[in-house]
Design a protein around this ligand. Sequence first.
Ligand SMILES: Cc1ncc(C[n+]2csc(CCOP(=O)(O)OP(=O)(O)O)c2C)c(N)n1
Length: 275
Amino acid sequence: MTAEEREQLEALCRRGRRLVIETVRHAGAGHVGGPLSAMEILVTLYFKVLRVDPARPRWPERDRFVLSKGHASVGLYTVMALRGYLPVEELKTFDHMGSRLQGHPDMTALEGLDMSTGSLGQGLSVAVGMALGSMRLGTGVRVFCLLGDGECQEGQVWEAAHSAASLGLGNLVAVVDRNGLPQFAWAGRRRGEVVAWDLGRRFCAFGWQVREVDGHDVGALAQALVPSPDGPVAVIARTVKGKGVSFMENDYSWHSRVATAEELARAIAELEAPA
Ligand SMILES: Cc1ncc(C[n+]2csc(CCOP(=O)(O)OP(=O)(O)O)c2C)c(N)n1
């Protein structure tokens, strides 16, 4: 990746973070910490990795993306808006009655969105089905799925992981936003305790190729988010929940909290401060 390209993607991430916080404030509800931790992952996917065309959202040979951690929908809508799937102005309708942009993604409402999600643990199973279909039909479609690390406590994730490896899905990449901080406590831990459990070893044990990267480094992500003909790939992206705004980072209360006018101003000042 050239320095210029990196700068462009990083600028998109800063703009995306601001839009997420503003959108949630405008709606009066929504998730913040998880969309902020996933911003570089989403921007790298939509601007560098995915073979998609916003002008042809139903192009049969497009790559597919499944946001398994569906509560981060505001992050996905923001990046899709920046990519040209919808007007940025439409983000102001987020979570309103009748809007195409709901608190969890609705594939029947917005073209270009490939899967409705929100009930954690299910997205990887769908991605496995999509990848299997593509492999059997020889379409060349690649499938990418973003999971939360808290979400990986769901047993269904591991049933899907087992199937993907058994089926030798060389067109499937799962990326885990490993921010170490779910909404509630990890089993046996205090609420708000950051726990970086070793998901890489678990995916490896299930027969996946594992790549561990800094999840805020767009260059490293672009290199890692590449399928392998040998079978499914798990990218463990080390991230920080609430990344980009000092008082939101690693604070579980920002999982889903609406910024006050004063907090919004402070967040914007930080995001727009010269590097
Ligand atoms: C099956 C299910 N149980 C509970 C929830 C409520 N919930 C929404 S987000 C969340 C925490 C998710 O943590 P993680 O996957 O680490 O997401 P991130 O920190 O990246 O936002 C929970 C428990 C849900 N959406 N689905």
